[in-house]
Design a binder for this molecule. Structure first.
Ligand code: ADP
Ligand code: MG
Length: 222
């Protein structure tokens, strides 16, 4: 699902530099990313999703080299293939929770907003415990509720790759486990791979592999 070779990326000359010699994520793999704050975890997810472009090396997602696509093609590719739960949620406050969840359909002509998508919105919201909050706007939701809206939005299109950036960060332990159950259940249903940044070490045994970003610190990469 993901193949990375000799990746380097730098935020401007002298800025933070990420170097990943090799990383592969298989179809249906479930891999957790851990590592200190500021070690480049979010940067890597943004590179994989094509929101940032690598300086050198190769990132292929589902066999497509993301950096070789035009901006428009990359946007379409992301919308069709990737569900991204952003660390800061990235919800739009002028839209209701329901409209936020269905937002990918608004901006992506290739996705058709049909009854099935509307039904999935209800099902996902119920599974996340926000079924009665769908008409509210993000500013009228708690952090944990906003986070669950962001999770529903990432899953509603049934993507083949789920990128999750601290998706359980603002939740109580019981909700954390429930959200991870939901992510994994969705992934199983559509055969998706999951790459999830998490600080919740109690959740790590549920992943097949853990990628520790401590190893990518400049000068120490192997
Ligand atoms: P993590 O998600 O592991 O906490 P990030 O990938 O967000 O780390 O950030 C890695 C490093 O890159 C940090 O030192 C951060 O300050 C820096 N950084 C992040 N975004 C930018 C940006 N847009 N411009 C310049 N530096 C950035
Ligand atoms: Mg981060």
């Amino acid at each position: 699902m993901i193949q990375i070779e000799n990746l380097t990326f730098e935020y401007g000359a002298g800025g933070f530099r990420l170097r990943i010699p090799e990383f592969a994520l298989g179809y249906r793999d479930r891999v957790a990313i851990v590592g200190p704050s500021g070690s480049g975890k979010t940067t890597l997810l943004n590179l994989i999703a094509g929101l940032l472009t690598a300086d050198t090396g190769r990132i292929a997602v589902a066999g497509t080299e993301v950096s070789a696509l035009s901006d428009a093609a990359r946007r379409r590719f992301r919308a069709a293939q990737i569900g991204f739960v952003f660390q800061d949620f990235a919800l739009l406050d002028y839209l209701s929770a329901r409209q936020n969840i269905l937002y990918p359909y608004r901006i992506t002509p290739a996705l058709t907003l049909d009854d099935a998508a509307r039904d999935r919105t209800e099902t996902l919201a119920a599974a996340c415990g926000i079924a009665d909050k769908l008409e509210r706007h993000p500013s009228a939701l708690s952090q944990g509720e906003q986070q669950r809206v962001a999770i529903c939005r990432a899953l509603v299109t049934q993507p083949k790759l789920i990128l999750s950036d601290e998706a359980t960060g603002n939740l109580d332990p019981e909700s954390k486990a429930r959200i991870l159950d939901l992510l994994f259940a969705q992934a199983s249903e559509v055969g998706a791979a999951v790459l999830a940044v998490t600080h919740d070490h109690e959740l790590l045994p549920r992943f097949e592999r853990v990628l520790d970003f401590a190893q990518f610190r400049e000068g120490t990469a192997t």
